[in-house]
Unconditional design. Sequence first.
Length: 173
Amino acid sequence: MNSPDTSAFVPRKTSFGARLLANHDTTLPSGLRRLLLLADGQRTVFTLSQMMPDRDVPADLQDLLKRGLLEDGSVRLAPPAADRMGAASDTDPDLPQGWESASGFMVSRARETLGVMALDVIDALEQANDPEAARVAMSQWYKAMRSSREGREQADVDRIKAAALLKASQSAI
């Protein structure tokens, strides 16, 4: 595994880190929380350092690694089971069937109605990588929709549509 001090290190959130953000946990200091939000598995340490010039990014990344909130996104330890068996896989097998369609719908609705509040919601939806994270992300999305002025009246209908997308994929099996 690469170290946060090397240019090859590309930090990404662990499922624990994604859940911490999705649950709006306030125990993480704001600078570390902001860095965790930016760690998307595509940005390098150099890029993150440029985005946060007021922080010692390698030291902060090391702290987040020790807390179990980040991992090295440039390293893929083992291919997913479907890849090992030679089958093509469109989605993570751990996520509920239809998650891709449902989360796409929720991201679209969040962008349309939530304004700045959409950032955390969209991040949680996109980072969900297991059934529990998907459930938490969907719940976070629904709560944000209900609390927004623009989405309040439509939130219940949108929640039913998102749930229907999940159920439609499951019944098609």
